[in-house]
Design a protein around this ligand. Structure first.
Ligand code: HEM
Length: 455
């Protein structure tokens, strides 16, 4: 009886926590995750363990990775769109796909995607320069990275409506937080929630479009193989499990096209939008970045070697992803018990790596709230968090680390360089708005910036 009464007594606090999580999971992080190593909470029926120390993150995401999976919540939220692609698959089905897709994203092959990235960026910069005025840079970047991922996947800028696809993806993703919350509360999956039917319809339309594209490509490969482009779709069609030689069926290719579209589009757009905003608030750093770009980019279509030389620009991007990591929280479900820092994580425990808090952790970073790209300059003889694989991890860590990290960095550097070579962007908002998590970390208000052509 007394146990029941004490559970009832905690209900208002639980309700508040659930409400805060629904509003913005980043705001709902317990304050202790910014200074402690490990934090435990109970929310609804869940035991939640926040892991906030690099050694414990390594232990969890690497050493104990076989005892974790991505959990029912993720499958429930994005499974209807992404099926069992690389992001959502588990076990053997994940492993063979990861092995088959690893060569697709190898650093040496990324250069092949540069022409499509350059084409889309040049088009975006030209229209910004022509129109000038005030833009919401987050919207502009969403459209640009949407176009880039679709062109690098399908090489069909005119055959598909990239903007409509990106919009459809937005409709689908927007309602996923209700599914994540439903999982946390243990409500049945069939329960309706706001936007569910529209989200499902949008996902089905995207899947149907992807299937059409695959059919067209297979026909082209049969009739005129020499005309078939070398893009992500081509690489998915020819990807093989190195152990068994198995290739993907059409539905598995659809799963992964939707996965790349989802995982590779918003994240990169947000990394860029937050970076433009930060740079606009630090004119002296912006000037130095523009000088670096002017002296490095000697022609209109930068190659990989030129991008590699943009050291300051790369450090600005890294520092921006420290303060506003586009994927701010990693969640796992424990499927086999293990112990972490003398806390037992039973089967069913939810393990959270709050990347957002880790990147601002008071025990790890000096002046964590300050934007200072110089932290990433090489320095000798110091133990620095930015060099620790498990203290700075915008792309995650362990076997499920982002497969597109190199692709994303190349794309983001190219977009920053080509844009800032021609334009100067200045924030219109007085301060950077807070981040609001909807799977990714979006600005709570549109990032309005004024656009001026450089002399
Ligand atoms: C700045 C941009 C990006 C950021 C910050 C980012 C971040 C992440 C993070 C944190 C994870 C790990 C999630 C977890 O452990 O639960 C991840 C996984 C993944 N990312 Fe990215 N990502 C970015 C761009 C991309 C791009 C461009 C692509 C593809 C074109 C991509 C494809 C994927 C895939 C397929 C996975 C799942 C990998 C697996 O489970 O084996 N990402 N990403």
């Amino acid at each position: 009886m007394s146990a029941l009464l004490s559970r009832i007594a905690t209900l208002p606090a639980q309700f508040q926590a659930v409400h805060a999580t629904l509003r913005n999971p980043v705001d709902a992080l317990p304050e202790a995750v910014f200074h402690d190593r490990l934090v435990e909470r109970h929310l609804a029926r869940q035991h939640i363990v926040y892991v906030c120390a690099p050694d414990l993150i390594r232990e969890a995401l690497v050493t104990q990775s076989s005892k974790l999976d991505k959990g029912e919540g993720l499958r429930r939220a994005i499974g209807p769109g992404l099926g069992e692609g690389l992001l959502t698959a588990e076990g053997a089905h994940w492993r063979w796909q990861r092995q088959a897709l690893a060569p697709v994203f190898r650093a040496s092959g990324i250069g092949a995607f540069l022409p499509a990235m350059t084409r889309a960026t040049a088009h975006c910069v030209a229209s910004l320069a022509a129109e000038g005025g005030i833009v919401a840079i987050d919207d502009v970047m969403m459209r640009l990275t949407g176009r880039i991922i679709i062109e690098t996947m399908l090489s069909a800028p005119d055959a598909v409506d990239a903007d409509a696809m990106a919009r459809g993806l937005g409709v689908f993703l927007h309602q996923t937080r209700w599914s994540l919350l439903g999982d946390l509360l243990g409500t049945p999956e069939w329960l309706p929630h706001p936007g569910k039917a529209r989200g499902r319809a949008a996902a089905q339309a995207l899947r149907a479009e992807a299937l059409t594209q695959i059919g067209m490509r297979r026909k082209l490969l049969d009739s005129h193989p020499a005309d078939a482009p070398d893009d992500l779709l081509a690489r998915l069609l020819s990807a093989r499990d190195p152990e068994t030689g198995r290739q993907m069926h059409d539905s598995e290719i659809v799963d992964n096209l939707l996965t790349f579209l989802t995982a590779g589009h918003e994240t990169t757009a947000l990394a860029l939008a937050w970076t433009f905003d930060r740079l606009g608030r630090h004119p002296e750093i912006l000037r130095a970045v523009q000088q670096e770009i002017d002296s490095t980019l000697t022609d209109d279509a930068p190659g990989m070697e030129q991008l590699d030389k943009l050291e300051l620009t790369r450090n600005v991007l890294r520092e921006s992803m420290r303060l506003t990591p586009p994927a701010p929280i990693i969640i796992r479900e424990v499927k086999e018990a293990f112990t972490l820092d003398s806390v037992t994580l039973e089967k069913g425990t939810r393990l959270v790596v709050p990347i957002y808090a880790l990147h601002r952790h008071r025990a790890l970073w000096d002046a964590p709230e300050v934007f200072d790209p110089a932290r990433f300059l090489p320095q000798e003889g110091k133990d620095r968090p930015q060099d620790d694989r498990y203290a700075y991890m915008p792309f995650g860590a362990g076997p499920r680390v982002c497969i597109g990290a190199r692709f994303a960095e190349t794309e983001a550097l190219l977009v920053l360089a080509m844009t800032l070579k021609e334009l100067t962007l200045t924030p219109e908002l007085r301060v950077t708005p807070p981040g609001k998590m909807e799977i990714t970390l979006r600005p709570a208000k549109p990032l309005l910036m004024s656009v001026k052509t450089r002399q």
